[in-house]
Design a protein around this ligand. Structure first.
Ligand SMILES: Cc1ncc(COP(=O)(O)O)c(C=O)c1O
Length: 472
C-alpha cells in the first residue's frame, strides 16, 4: 500500500509512477532474496539441470527426421494439412486447426492407450483448461499438496465448491506418521461425512483427484495404484475422477515411455491424463488424454484452448518426430543409458556420504533406488554447493525455502541420456570436494561471493514453480 501512496504523490507521468510501484515491489522481493531473473546457461556446462531427460534435441536421427518434415511441408504446400508453414493463423476453433494436428492427437492417444486427446500449447494450459472448466458447481477437487502451480491456477478458475489438499503421496491413514497432515483416505472420509456429504455418497456430485506421476522437485513416483484403489473404495458410485499429470513421467516411465498410468495398467481407471512435451520429449506443448466426450467438452469450454493461437506446424512436427522416435523403439538405448546413469549416480552419491561419514544434516541423498532422473541432494547449504559445482562446469540448481519447506533445501540433480558417466563422476567429485572444503572452512571468500550471486539467480529461477506452489 505504501508504494501506491508514493506513486500518487509523484509528479511523474503515469508510466513512470507505475514503474515506481513495480520497482518497489521488486525491491521487496529482492530483499527476501527471491528475485527471479532470466539467465542463460553458459556454453559447455554439463547439463544436470534441464528437464530434457532424453536429450532428444542432440540426437542426429531426431534432428534429421524433424528437418525432413519441415522440408516436406515447405516443398509441397498443403501437405501438412494446413495452409501455413510458420504460424497456425488462429485459434483451433477458427483457422488454426489442421488435419495434421488432429492426426497427431489420434497417434498420441493411441500410443498411450487412451480413447482421445486434445493438444494444448503447454501442459500449463492443459491443466488450467481442464481444471478451469470441467468440475461443476458443488463438485470437489482433492489434490496432492505438492501439485503443480498450473493445477492451482485451473482450480482458481473452477466453479468447484471445495478444493482440499492431502498430504503428499500419502494414501492410507494407517501408514501416515504425521498427525497434522491428512492422507487421501482421511480427506475423502471427511468429504463424505461433512456438509453435502450425502450428495458425494450418492454420486450426485463429483470428486476430482489431482496427482502427478513424478513430482518435479523430489523426483518421487506417485503410489498411483493405491490412490486409485482408495478413490474407488470411498467413491464406489464412480464419481471419483482421477487426473494424473504425467509431465515428468512421459517418455521415461513405462514401456517405451508410455508413462505411469500405462505402466501400472490403469488406463481405464484413471479418468484423464495431462502430458507435457517440454520435459523428456524435448519439445513444447501438452495434451489432455481423455474420453471423446470430454474432448468435445474441452473444445467448447476450455479457455486456454479457445482463446489462443494454436500450435504452429514446426511445433507439431517436433512432437510427431519425438513420438515417432519413441514408438519405433529408437529411444530405447537412450532410456537404457538414462536408467544406468540414474542407478550409478545414486550409488556414487550414497557411497560418497558413507565414505566421508557425512552427517545427514549436512549432506544426504534422497530416495532409495530412484526411478526418475531427478535426484535431490539434501543440504542446508544448497546455494553454496550448487555454486561450487557450477563454477566447476556442472549446471545444477539449488532449491531452497520457501520453494521447499525449511529443512528440505536441496540441490536438484537432473540426469539426461546424453550425460556421460565421466560427467557423473565429475559431479560427484565436485560434491565431495565441496563437502571437504565446507568442513575445513577452505571455501575462499571470493569464491563464496561469486557463488552466492550465481546461486541466487539459479534459485530464483528454478524455484519459479515451487515458489508459486508454496504461496498457494
Ligand atoms: C508437473 C508439471 N505439470 C505441468 C507443467 C507445465 O508444463 P509446460 O512447461 O508444458 O507448461 C510442469 C512444468 O514445470 C510441471 O512440472
Amino acid at each position: 500500500m505504501s508504494e501506491v501512496k508514493t506513486s500518487q504523490k509523484s509528479s511523474q507521468g503515469p508510466e513512470l509512477r507505475l514503474d515506481h510501484v513495480l520497482a518497489s515491489i521488486l525491491h521487496r522481493r529482492s530483499s527476501r532474496n527471491q528475485l527471479r531473473r532470466l539467465t542463460t546457461v553458459p556454453h559447455g556446462m554439463a547439463d544436470f539441470s534441464s528437464n530434457a531427460y532424453l536429450s532428444l534435441s542432440s540426437q542426429p536421427a531426431v534432428q534429421q527426421a524433424f528437418l525432413a518434415r519441415l522440408h516436406a511441408a515447405a516443398s509441397t504446400p498443403g501437405s501438412n494439412g494446413s495452409s501455413s508453414l510458420l504460424g497456425s493463423g488462429g485459434s483451433r476453433l477458427l483457422d488454426g486447426n489442421s488435419s495434421y494436428a488432429e492426426s497427431l492427437e489420434r497417434t498420441i492417444a493411441a500410443f498411450h492407450r487412451a480413447p482421445a486427446g486434445l493438444l494444448f500449447n503447454s501442459a500449463m494450459d492443459a491443466n488450467v483448461g481442464l481444471f478451469g472448466c470441467v468440475p461443476q458447481k458443488g463438485d470437489a477437487i482433492v489434490y496432492d499438496e505438492l501439485i503443480h502451480a498450473s493445477v492451482h491456477d485451473g482450480m482458481r478458475l473452477s466453479r468447484a465448491g471445495k478444493k482440499i489438499p492431502f498430504a503428499h503421496s500419502s494414501v492410507w491413514e494407517v501408514s501416515h506418521p504425521d498427525p497434522n497432515k491428512s492422507p487421501l483416505e482421511t480427506v475423502l472420509r471427511s468429504l463424505l461425512h461433512g456438509p453435502d456429504g450425502g450428495l458425494f455418497r450418492s454420486g450426485e456430485r463429483n470428486v476430482f483427484i489431482a496427482v502427478e506421476g513424478i513430482y518435479s522437485m523430489d523426483g518421487d513416483v506417485a503410489p498411483l495404484t493405491e490412490i486409485v484403489d482408495c478413490v474407488e473404495r470411498y467413491l464406489p458410485r464412480h464419481n471419483g475422477y482421477i487426473v494424473v499429470d504425467e509431465a515428468h513421467s512421459t517418455g521415461i516411465i513405462g514401456d517405451r515411455g508410455r508413462g505411469l498410468v500405462c505402466e501400472q495398467g490403469l488406463e481405464k481407471r484413471v479418468w484423464a491424463r495431462v502430458l507435457g512435451f517440454g520435459k523428456a520429449m524435448s519439445c513444447t506443448g501438452g495434451i489432455v488424454l481423455c474420453s471423446s466426450t470430454t474432448r468435445e467438452y474441452l473444445i467448447n469450454y476450455a479457455r486456454t484452448l479457445i482463446y489462443t493461437t494454436a500450435m504452429a506446424f514446426p511445433t507439431l512436427a517436433s512432437i510427431e518426430t519425438a513420438y515417432d522416435f519413441l514408438a519405433t523403439g529408437q529411444a530405447e538405448p537412450l532410456l537404457d543409458n538414462l536408467r544406468l546413469l540414474i542407478q550409478e549416480a545414486h550409488k556414487l552419491f550414497e557411497a560418497l556420504c558413507t565414505r566421508e561419514n557425512a552427517p545427514a544434516e549436512l549432506l544426504r541423498v534422497g530416495r532409495e533406488n530412484p526411478r526418475s532422473p531427478i535426484i535431490p541432494i539434501f543440504t542446508p547449504h544448497a546455494r553454496s554447493l550448487a555454486g561450487y559445482c557450477q563454477a566447476r562446469g556442472f549446471m545444477v540448481r539449488p532449491i531452497v525455502a520457501p520453494t521447499v519447506p525449511k529443512g528440505r533445501e536441496r540441490v536438484r540433480v537432473c540426469l539426461h541420456a546424453a550425460n556421460t558417466m565421466s560427467e557423473v563422476h565429475g559431479l560427484v567429485e565436485a560434491v565431495g570436494a565441496w563437502l571437504a572444503a565446507w568442513r575445513t572452512g577452505t571455501l575462499t571468500e571470493a569464491e563464496t561471493l561469486r557463488q552466492t550471486q550465481r546461486e541466487d539467480q539459479a534459485t530464483s529461477n528454478s524455484g519459479t514453480t515451487m515458489v508459486t506452489k508454496a504461496r498457494l
